[in-house]
Ligand binder design. Structure first.
Ligand SMILES: *[C@@H]1O[C@H](CO)[C@@H](O)[C@H](O)[C@H]1NC(C)=O
Ligand SMILES: *[C@@H]1O[C@H](CO)[C@@H](O)[C@H](O)[C@H]1NC(C)=O
Ligand SMILES: *[C@@H]1O[C@H](CO)[C@@H](O)[C@H](O)[C@H]1NC(C)=O
Length: 393
């Protein structure tokens, strides 16, 4: 072949493969030089309570309310998506622990800082908008997220999801989201826990035949200071992101991405056996029942501050031991550097264990401290979750 025909052949191959590859790769971004504060953790736990303990979060409104001015939810990972025609862009938190898509509305209250600080969806400016108008509210510890449903084309990495219904938020709770680097949240869990009975975007992507495979996978970079935060893949798995093979376990209850963990062990002691856990990209923490939290702190020499946060002496990090999760017959090891997080406050840095608890919650929540260490596949087609160690470059 001459040069020109090679170029033409390659071009054609690219065009053909592109029209068939139904995969959306969403670069995830992280906030540069982000160090959590005590208030970030508090906000995260308030969000977790609203997701997993609906009644408890309602009843704690009063106490949390006193501190709303400092209650910020600054998750590190978010990506870009658009709504409407022409496209209106939003930074969004991709959250496997909830099932609704919401963005701030152009009709949000002028007094609502969280909404005013971010991009707002303007339905009048979109030719593909279809009105719905049903009111929906989601209760958070710091107040409620209120708004109404609208329908439009939602795009992620150029894949158009037609007739996607989402929540246009007109009021966001307290100051939880004011400083968040993302405007809204894209829930990736199951329809059964979707507020307003809305079909989640992932379900529509699958039913509209937009994905090669009915899976999503998360690669979260844990190199702390970088802006490059990893990648979320809709419709596929990238084996260059992990080493060895994926260990799959069945989804036990298809509300959240819930599955059974065989055991959690450290220093030869089984802290817990045969328990139910949820893989949740919307939190940085690992949440466990209170009794297990106490046992864990005793073993790693961490001290509780009275608020369900445990701290270790930063000088003693080198003496800490690994923690092993046994899932589907495979051992998943977290090193001390994986489960100790730096927290800043009063001009100082503290070493906090990411193991935490929420009073009244018996489920375990495995957040980014786990998902960042283990590439995670959320397989809707086969109702299973897969994990493999992230390849370190
Ligand atoms: C992050 O820290 C690096 C090194 O200290 C610095 O060069 C950079 O400007 C910082 N970036 C931001 C966004 O603060
Ligand atoms: C919303 O879009 C319409 C149509 O483009 C425009 O007239 C209006 O000013 C926009 N509203 C706001 C608040 O930007
Ligand atoms: C939705 O909420 C708004 C603001 O609270 C209210 O004015 C409107 O009547 C509600 N609509 C319906 C259909 O309930």
């Amino acid at each position: 072949m001459n040069k020109l025909s090679i170029v033409v052949t390659v071009l054609l191959a690219c065009l053909v493969s592109h029209s068939w590859a139904k995969i959306a790769r969403v670069p995830l971004r992280a906030q540069a030089n982000f160090t959590k504060t005590h208030d970030n953790i508090k906000a995260e736990k308030s969000i977790l309570a609203s997701k997993y303990l609906v009644e408890a979060s309602t009843s704690t409104t009063a106490t949390v309310g006193k501190e709303v001015l400092h209650n910020y939810y600054n998750m590190e990972y978010y990506g870009l998506m658009s709504i409407g025609n022409p496209r209106q862009y939003f930074n969004i938190l991709f959250d496997t622990g909830s099932s609704n898509l919401w963005v701030p509305s152009v009709n949000c209250l002028s007094t609502n800082l969280a909404c005013q600080n971010h991009n707002k969806y303007n339905s009048s400016a979109s030719s593909t908008y279809v009105a719905n108008g049903q009111n929906v509210s989601i209760q958070y510890g710091t107040g409620s997220m209120a708004g109404y449903l609208s329908t439009d084309t939602v795009r992620v990495d150029n894949i158009p999801i037609e007739s996607q219904t989402f929540l246009e938020a007109v009021s966001e709770p307290g100051t939880t989201f004011v400083d968040a680097p993302f405007a809204g949240i894209w829930g990736l869990a199951f329809e059964s826990i979707s507020q307003g009975g809305v079909t989640p975007p992932l379900d529509n992507m699958i039913s509209q035949g937009l994905l090669d495979e009915p899976v999503i996978s998360f690669y979260l970079k844990r190199n702390g200071k970088a802006v490059q935060g990893g990648e979320l893949i809709f419709g596929g798995i990238d084996s260059t992101f992990y080493t060895g093979s994926l260990t799959y376990v069945p989804v036990s209850v298809a509300d959240y991405w819930q599955f059974e963990v065989t055991a959690l062990k450290t220093q030869g002691v089984a802290i817990a056996k045969n328990f139910q856990a949820i893989a949740d990209t919307g939190t940085s923490l690992i949440v466990m029942p209170q009794a297990d939290y106490k046992a864990m702190n005793t073993l790693i020499g961490a001290t509780d501050n009275g608020n369900g946060e445990a701290f270790v002496d930063c000088d003693k990090l080198s003496s800490l031991k690994n923690v092993n999760f046994i899932i589907g017959g495979t051992i998943f090891t977290l090193k001390p550097s994986d489960y100790i997080s730096e927290i800043s406050g009063n001009g100082e840095t503290y070493c906090m264990s990411i193991f935490s608890y929420l009073e009244g919650l018996s489920l375990w929540i495995l957040g980014d401290a786990f998902i960042g260490k283990f590439y995670t596949v959320f397989d809707k087609g086969n109702l299973q979750v897969g994990f493999a160690p992230v390849a370190t470059s």
